[in-house]
Every structure is written in structure tokens, then in C-alpha cells.
Design a protein around this ligand. Structure first.
Ligand code: A3D
Length: 279
């Protein structure tokens, strides 16, 4: 795979573009934004860093959708982020309009692409993107659970003191107030977490995982680095066909007893997008 377009060159779009460059995930990154100066400026700024780090990725910024033609993967980071005190659901109306508009243009200019929505509230936006695109559900899957998982694993690391690489875990359900960090299924090198930590500590980790985004937003206005990195990990699994098992917001068609809803479930992510949903 060679080309990725990021629709929305704001804080997450810019951070993600830089990470894609540093990790050399593809040959070309297009940053699209209705505010064309931002897209063009960020593309220039990131390109200026490439000779120091020595990565070979072409960056461009645009406000013309025709430039997304030929994209293999398109990430939607367009829309309004929440402010301190808001829930993700408070963004529903305004961002639904943005995502419909963006997906309409993806259909027009890049109808072979995979779509990874990131705009909040993530699960409804993933469902809207799926419905508006008419694409096979394997090609539309939102990023939310991967970020929740990276937070969950960080809290497990802090509580146990053991290496992050040794931690295997899963967060499913809504990317929001009702997410489910599965403490009972987490392990450290195969050793069940409930045998390593007391119940009170597990409850603390569960609550902290759900609440940490709001805490970051209260402290610095937005979550940026962890989301950008989580998206890049999903892209990596697609472009390198890693077939990692990742929680993604995908449309369910009977899995988990649910139909016609997009929600976070573990899925095998590879070059064909969501290749299998695991129950
Ligand atoms: P921000 O820095 O405001 O960037 C959003 C960009 O979208 C701005 O540059 C806008 O100009 C642009 N934009 C607005 N409308 C359109 C449009 N119709 N077409 C193209 N571009 C448009 O926000 P951000 O980067 O901090 O966050 C972007 C979105 O990601 C928000 O909805 C956040 O809530 C969401 N987000 C999701 C996660 C998840 O884990 C799912 C994490 C963090 C943020």
C-alpha cells in the first residue's frame, strides 16, 4: 500500500502524519482540511523534518478532494473535539454532518479506499461512515478501542511494574463512558491479572482507563499523542498485513447478538481491513 489521506489536519491529523512518516508506513501522505492553510503548512512542516530523520515519505496539503484519488487508506480526523466538561456524545450532531460530507467525497474520489473514522463520538461516526459509504463493512472500522487499550495497558504497567510488552489485554464496547476494560481477561505473560493484583486495584485500573481522557482534556485541552499513536498502530497492521487482533469499532451483523450497530469488538486487522471479528 502506498498512499494515505488524512481528512482533518488538526492536532490529531498533524501528529498522525508525522508518525506515519517516522514509521515510514507508506510512500505518500495527503493532508486534507477545509482550512487549506493548516493542511499545506503542516505538510511542509513535517516534510522539513524528514531529512533529519531520514524518512522517505511525500507529504502534501490540500483543500481539494481530488487529491485523495488513489488512496489505499483514509483516516477521518475532521470535526470538533470535546472541551473540558463535555462528553464525546455532546459532539454528535455537529460531527455527524462533517462525517457525512467527508464520506460523500471519499465515495466520489476514492471509492476503493479503506476508511478509519476517528472523529467523536466514535461509534456513531463509524456507523454513519459505514452507512453513508455503502462499502463492505470490512473496509470501514473506527479507532477508539486501540487507544483505550493503550491506556489500560499503561495503568496495568504502572500497577504491576512489569514490562508493557508482557501485558496482553482487551477493551471492548463503546469508546466512551460505557467502555469495558476487561480486567478479568488481562494477563502478564499468560499469568491472569486477577492473580497478580487485588480486586480494589483492578477496580481502580478499570475506572482510571475510562476517565483518563477527560483528565488529559482538563489539563491540556486535548488528547493528541496517544490517539495519534494508536491510529498509526492500526495503519501498521493494515499496510504490513500483520493480522493483529485489535479492538475496532465495526458494524456487527449478528456477532455478540447485535445487528446494525458499530461498536468496539476484537477483530483481525490486515491488508483487507477487518478480516474477522472474534467473539
Ligand atoms: P482539531 O485540532 O480541532 O482538528 C479538527 C480539524 O478538522 C480542523 O483542522 C478543522 O478545520 C477540520 N475540519 C472541520 N470540519 C471539516 C470538514 N468538513 N472537512 C474537513 N476538515 C474539517 O481536532 P483534533 O484533531 O483534536 O480532533 C479531531 C477529532 O478526533 C475530534 O472529533 C476528536 O473528538 C476526535 N478524537 C477521537 C479520539 C478517539 O480515540 C476516537 C481521540 C481523540 C480525538
Amino acid at each position: 500500500m502506498s498512499k494515505i489521506s488524512l481528512i482533518g489536519a488538526g492536532q490529531i491529523g498533524g501528529t498522525l502524519a508525522h508518525l506515519i512518516g517516522i514509521k515510514e508506513l507508506v510512500n505518500e501522505v495527503v493532508l486534507f482540511d477545509v482550512a487549506s492553510g493548516i493542511a499545506k503548512g503542516k505538510a511542509l512542516d513535517i516534510a522539513q523534518s524528514s531529512s533529519v530523520d531520514g524518512f522517505n515519505v511525500k507529504f502534501s496539503g490540500t483543500d481539494d478532494y481530488k487529491d485523495i484519488k488513489g488512496s489505499d487508506v483514509i483516516i477521518i480526523t475532521a470535526g470538533v473535539p470535546r472541551k473540558p466538561g463535555m462528553t464525546r456524545m455532546d459532539l454528535l450532531k455537529i460531527n455527524a454532518g462533517v462525517v457525512k460530507d467527508v464520506v460523500g467525497n471519499i465515495k466520489k474520489f476514492a471509492d476503493d479506499a479503506m476508511i478509519i473514522p476517528v472523529t467523536n463520538p466514535l461509534d456513531p461516526m463509524a456507523q454513519i461512515a459505514y452507512k453513508t459509504s455503502g462499502f463492505d463493512r470490512s473496509r470501514v472500522f473506527g479507532m477508539g478501542g486501540m487507544l483505550d487499550l493503550s491506556r489500560f495497558k499503561q495503568f496495568i504497567h504502572e500497577a504491576t511494574g512489569y514490562s508493557r510488552e508482557s501485558t496482553k489485554a482487551l477493551v471492548i464496547g463503546e469508546h466512551g463512558e460505557n467502555m469495558l476494560p476487561l480486567t478479568r481477561f488481562a494477563t502478564v505473560s499468560g499469568i491472569p491479572l486477577p492473580t497478580l493484583l487485588p480486586k480494589e486495584k483492578l477496580d481502580e485500573i478499570f475506572t482510571a482507563t475510562k476517565g483518563v481522557a477527560a483528565e488529559v482534556i482538563k489539563l491540556k485541552g486535548a488528547t493528541v499523542h496517544a490517539p495519534g499513536n494508536a491510529i498509526s498502530a492500526m495503519i501498521e497492521s493494515v499496510v504490513q498485513d500483520k493480522k493483529q487482533v485489535i479492538p475496532v469499532s465495526t458494524n456487527l451483523d449478528g456477532e455478540y447478538g447485535q445487528k446494525d450497530v458499530s461498536i468496539g469488538v476484537p477483530a483481525v486487522v490486515g491488508k483487507n481491513g477487518v478480516e474477522k471479528i472474534l467473539e
